[in-house]
Design a protein around this ligand. Structure first.
Ligand code: 2AM
Length: 518
């Protein structure tokens, strides 16, 4: 099969980069009645996609309303000329230099007013740079977070677009159409999208909204991933505690997680955890979770979130601990040799109430999860202030309720909390969460104490609890710390009884240690 030159100005939008995400997003767009130009550097990939998806197997054609909506384009010039104006070119390329190469080649052929959308996992610094460079050429740039993996891309992702606000009305109809849908009344995802079959429900709310200028969209997507790291690690710690302390089998734990999915923990990650724990390895008949090597990989977005929090001095310890937990897991050989040398506690048999412990772990998971979200939203709040993004947190929580990996009932509660008070100083201070954590904190503390006594590592649970306790401490030992800094480095201190911003220093080596105002 060879590609014919496309009819000029025949496509509503275009997708460049036809790896899994690009193909699925293009098919999703076509399903919603748009005609989509598709292009890939290696033409055989474009040809294979068209061969695999002939007209009538997806899109309006599937519903008998017309031909399939894909227009294959061999060259970038063909691709650009195939687009109706203002042109919308969506790129889904491996983040990094390749994205710049593709943007440059598109920019060569595009005209002022045309729109380039980067749907890859770009670092937000790169997005800022690209937005500026393109705007100088009169082109409009949108950096959009796309979450939900390949199934999300195909049948409804969560979409976090940011950048040129004037380009949004051009992209909005497409993004609204293809995004995941939730029921506005309950906040629960509406399932049922399939090839050629879209969600038609009068209560459907699309999981997308314009996030803010510049790199706001990619920043918010990065924080989403940071929260995802924490969420996954917390679930793993809950599993590990119940398995180690109560000696529950993976099959039994699958039932525990299934039951938890009917509580306030209701989420995609809990659901897949129950499914994974029930899986048996076909080769060995052992629980699948036991034959997977305990070394976790990472692509870097959790690290970016942690680095951003360190750079800004905003605490996100549970997210960072989740990244470190993956790091320590990767030192498998070191851990194996250390396990032969380093002893843990005697590990006395658990003598408490077993059912109570299961419930305690559930409550600990819920509280810790709220803390991880509080950290993520705290980070976004600070970034919003610093960059003048004017982020709308109710809207961000709202578009995370469906399509993305962290979709969860909790996000509906967070949406409501920010709708009630947009300038909430910290998520934990929303009345609903004040009460929820207060009711569960005894259980949470018992779990962290048990993990320490039994030697089960729970970096995320423990750091979340420390975050909560630090946050609710009107006075921290930082007074002593600042005194130490003044002692050895003359770094000065403020007094509790003097206005903020007035600094003092104690002349420590002097016998009388006089205080001087700095
Ligand atoms: P390819 O099929 O020609 O390799 C994910 O890697 C996607 O990014 C693929 O569609 C890949 O195209 C594309 N890609 C990677 N590097 C690229 C580059 N420098 N220019 C254009 N596309 C690139």
């Amino acid at each position: 099969m060879t590609l014919e030159s496309p009819k000029p100005a025949s496509a509503d939008a275009g997708v460049v980069g036809l790896a899994v995400m690009g193909q699925n997003l293009a098919l999703n767009i076509a399903d919603h009645g748009f005609s989509v130009a598709v292009h890939n550097r290696t033409t055989s990939v474009t040809e294979a996609m068209l061969a695999e998806h002939p007209a009538g197997t997806f899109g309006p054609g599937y519903r008998g309303k017309g031909p399939g909506g894909l227009v294959g384009c061999e060259s970038v010039a063909d691709f650009v000329s195939a687009l109706k104006r203002p042109r919308v070119a969506i790129i889904l390329i491996k983040a990094g230099k390749a994205t710049d190469a593709v943007i440059d080649s598109l920019a060569e052929h595009m005209e002022p007013g045309d729109v380039i959308v980067d749907g890859g996992n770009a670092h937000w610094d790169d997005t800022s740079r690209r937005a500026e460079a393109l705007s100088a050429k009169g082109l409009r740039f949108i950096g959009s977070g796309v979450s939900g993996g390949e199934t999300g891309a195909r049948f409804g992702p969560s979409l976090m677009p940011g950048g040129d606000r004037e380009a949004w009305p051009v992209l909005e109809p497409i993004w609204q159409a293809i995004a995941a849908k939730v029921d506005a009344r309950t906040g629960k995802p509406i399932e049922g999208a399939a090839p050629g079959k879209t969600v038609d429900d009068e209560n459907a709310e699309a999981c997308t909204a314009f996030i803010g200028p510049g790199s706001a969209g990619h920043y918010v997507k990065m924080v989403h991933n940071g929260i995802e790291y924490a969420d996954m690690q917390l679930i793993c710690e809950a599993y590990d505690l119940l398995r180690t302390v109560l000696e529950l089998s993976p099959a039994e734990l699958s039932d525990v997680f299934k039951a938890w999915d009917d509580t306030e923990l209701d989420s995609f990650l809990i659901e897949i955890t129950a499914d994974i724990l029930g899986q048996v390895d076909s080769k060995t008949s052992k629980p699948f979770v036991d034959i997977v090597l305990d070394r976790a990989g990472q692509k870097g977005t959790g690290k970016w979130t942690s680095v951003a929090s360190l750079d800004m001095g905003v605490p996100a310890p549970t997210i960072a601990e989740a990244v470190f937990a993956r790091a320590i897991s990767s030192f498998k050989d070191l851990r194996v040799s250390a396990s032969e040398v380093l002893d843990g506690p005697e590990s006395p048999e658990f003598e408490g109430d077993r059912a109570q412990f299961v419930e305690d772990v559930r409550q600990a998971l819920y509280c810790s999860k709220i803390c991880a979200y509080a950290q993520g939203f705290g980070l976004m709040a600070e970034a919003s202030k610093e960059n003048n993004w004017d982020l709308d947190f109710a809207e961000i929580a709202q578009i995370w309720r469906g399509g993305c990996i962290i979709r969860a009932a909790l996000l509906h509660e967070i949406t409501l909390a920010y709708r009630e008070r947009a300038d909430l100083p910290n998520l934990l201070m929303a009345p609903a969460f004040v009460e929820a954590v207060d009711n569960a904190q005894d259980a949470w503390r018992r779990v962290v104490a048990t993990s320490a006594l039994q030697g089960v590592p729970t970096p995320a649970f423990s750091s979340a609890l420390a975050y909560y306790d630090s946050l609710r401490s009107a006075r921290l030992p930082a007074s002593l710390l600042q005194a130490q800094r003044d002692y050895f480095g003359a770094h000065t201190y403020e007094r509790v009884d003097a206005p903020r911003g007035e600094f003092f220093h104690l002349d420590w080596p002097e016998k009388e240690r006089p205080e001087v105002q700095a």
